[in-house]
Design a protein around this ligand. Sequence first.
Ligand SMILES: Cc1cc2nc3c(=O)[nH]c(=O)nc-3n(C[C@H](O)[C@H](O)[C@H](O)COP(=O)(O)OP(=O)(O)OC[C@H]3O[C@@H](n4cnc5c(N)ncnc54)[C@H](O)[C@@H]3O)c2cc1C
Length: 330
Amino acid sequence: MRPFRYTKARSLAEAVQAVAAGGPDTRYLAGGTTLYDMMKLGIEKPTALVDITGIGELEGIAVSRAEILLGALARMSDVAAHRTIMRDYPMLSESLGKAASQQLRNMATIGGNLLQRTRCAYFRFGEPFACNKRAPGSGCSAIDGIDRPLALLGTSGACIANYPGDFAVALVALDAQVDVLGPAGTRSISIERFFREPGDTPHIETALAAGELITRVRIPATRLGRASTFHKIRDRESYAFALTSAAVALELDGDTVREARIAVGGVASRPWRMREAERALIGSKLTPETGHAAGELAMRSAKAGRHNGFRKELAARTIADALMIAKERA
Ligand SMILES: Cc1cc2nc3c(=O)[nH]c(=O)nc-3n(C[C@H](O)[C@H](O)[C@H](O)COP(=O)(O)OP(=O)(O)OC[C@H]3O[C@@H](n4cnc5c(N)ncnc54)[C@H](O)[C@@H]3O)c2cc1C
């Protein structure tokens, strides 16, 4: 274990100041469930950690007629079990409840959840594998490797890693905003622009500037929330990352779709909104057949690699099944 400095910040200003003063290898520490893992693997080598868990302003879950406010330190388990969220936005509750294990969810926070990094084995297990995300310019062993769990959408010649998180997929479907505070002040980033595709710089994963702290996530209230679901397909039914996932929310008039939101996870370099498929559904009757057609349309541009082609059809079916689950709740 490499030595590092540890400080516990007592206020937002103190946290941001401490990270700015600590330099580029200083990290915020929330639940630690991913950061400590990355440190043990030798991928993260922070010189200092700034513990934010004592900052009361980062706590809290508030649901109003206008929006849902989730403090960055809200625990995954608390948000998943929040009664109003479970009733009015099952998609949010399910995306958190189906992630990781109960023990992890009790420690892990909303802010840290967004910033988890890919589970691509070539990234995580270091040398002897080349990885442009871990060591920019070193190459990508995954492209000619075992790509079964990796991305089919939003990849580049430099990286085919997928974004592993579940919650951000539901947030993309619901047009959430991420509020941040940094050395230059506060700003709000739409969740869709928060995550970057790899391009030539796969090591730059989000729109966060150096030292910026996520303070909260804001989700606009929507009547689509109730008829929603997060459908996750994985190799085991618990404690596993998604092979594919679909976050779907609907507004129906009888069987006819008035509005639809569809986002997919597991299969792309970032949470991926499926706007063309959403538009195609509007005005049509939702049946298993039209749902499957929407899933196929959504995945039409997916680029399969050597071992992951089956996940293109799997994702289409995941979307189709999610549409039928959401319809049942309308
Ligand atoms: C075995 C295992 C299985 C898992 N399975 C799943 C799964 O199926 N689905 C899923 O979605 N997730 C899964 N996870 C990931 C889990 O959800 C994350 O580890 C957790 O949400 C991270 O939250 P944390 O508070 O512990 O973050 P930390 O580990 O404390 O931090 C993670 C990163 O975020 C940064 N950070 C934390 N908070 C802030 C903030 N407010 N502002 C700026 N930066 C911040 C830290 O500096 C660090 O870089 C799994 C994790 C493990 C270990």
